[in-house]
Design a protein around this ligand. Structure first.
Ligand code: ASP
Length: 338
């Protein structure tokens, strides 16, 4: 374990926060707190080098540009390290993990994101366990992907989603098995891991903000809301349907709106609001509202993975038709091909 050299990247999040009059905010001297904790365990942990955001953030403020920055950080010192542990806020950790998995395709080393629900310096904090567990897993030789380690579970990063703001086991991957469970022993689920690729094929294009917008269907959603989003002229609209990806079909104006948007080159992707789902756009007759608009069902991808993947595909310069096709290609284990 000591012969491994991990790059620890601190970006912010509850793990390094303290109470202020306004609520939790990143503390100033977290690097010191972190090194104190790790010094106590230095004989049984891999060596590490710490890098950190100049101004650590609450991940609620993260943008696609921050995803790119973390990916660049990793790529820039990839050769000098055996693995990467990214300390990140839990709120948008799944988005960052998904984006990293697309930019750092063909990873041959572990990239593990973690954080905590309770700040490191508070009583009962889950930070030490999560951090130490992530570092121990990062020292392994059988992980070749971006993963999230949280509350004794290792999850594929682009399959994970934050399901709880209260429980210490905040994350799960409802459509994919856990990569490992850490109890007294580490139980790796070897069959679920990505195989070690022959070589890395990182793609680090610059992501633009504001080009992919979500539309959550709720009962009685006014069509002006749909139109208002389309008026933003996005490159893609993610329709968050119900159940199997179901969208209401009573109002013919919606069909026309979607058809016209698609004709203008907007990519329409349709997923489900249910965390555990595999989209089937024509399971119900209502699905016909999507006909003629080239809508792509997002299979069993998480919303976070769909959102990050669309950013990635557009940043690569693909046309709308190419994006429609590529969305259903498996880039980094984010979807199940049936
Ligand atoms: N708001 C925090 C963040 O995402 C929550 C957390 O880290 O748990 O940065």
């Amino acid at each position: 374990m000591r012969d491994k050299n991990i790059c620890l990247i601190y970006t912010g999040g509850t793990i390094g926060m303290e109470r202020t009059a306004q609520g939790y905010a990143p503390m100033r001297h977290f690097a010191m707190v972190l090194s104190q904790l790790l010094r106590e365990h230095s004989n049984s942990l891999p060596q590490y080098t710490l890098r950190q955001f100049e101004a650590p953030i609450d991940s609620t403020n993260a943008t696609p540009e921050d995803w790119c920055r973390i990916a660049h950080d990793i790529a820039s010192c990839y050769q000098q390290h055996d693995a990467f542990v990214v300390l990140h806020g839990t709120d948008t950790m799944a988005y960052t993990a998904a984006a990293l998995s697309f930019m750092l395709r063909g990873l041959r080393k572990p990239v593990i994101l973690t954080g905590s629900q309770i700040p490191m310096l508070e009583l009962r904090s889950d930070a030490p366990q999560n951090l130490i567990g992530a570092m121990q897993l990062a020292a392994r030789d059988d992980i070749h992907e971006v993963a999230i380690y949280f509350s004794q579970r290792l999850l594929r990063g682009n399959r994970a989603t934050k399901l709880s703001a209260q429980r210490l086991d905040a994350f799960d991957s409802p459509n994919y098995p856990k990569l490992a469970e850490v109890g007294i022993e580490v139980a790796m689920n070897s069959a679920a891991l990505l195989p070690c690729p022959d070589r890395e094929c990182f793609e680090l294009p610059s992501y633009a903000c504001g080009q992919v917008v979500p539309l959550r269907f709720v009962p009685g959603l006014p069509l002006q809301a749909v139109q208002a989003l389309l008026d933003l002229d996005p490159k893609a609209l993610i329709l968050q349907g119900h159940g199997a990806g179901n969208v209401p079909d009573r109002d013919p104006a919606l069909r026309e709106m979607l058809r016209a948007a698609s004709e203008r080159g907007v990519v329409l992707a349709c997923g489900s609001q249910a965390p555990q789902a595999s989209v089937q756009l024509h399971a119900y007759a209502t699905g016909s509202v999507l006909d003629g608009a080239k809508v792509v069902g997002t299979a069993d991808m998480t919303f976070e993975a769909t959102f990050a993947k669309l950013h990635h595909l557009f940043a690569l310069g693909l046309t709308a038709d190419e994006v429609r096709l590529a969305l259903l290609r498996d880039l980094s284990g984010e979807l199940t091909i049936r």
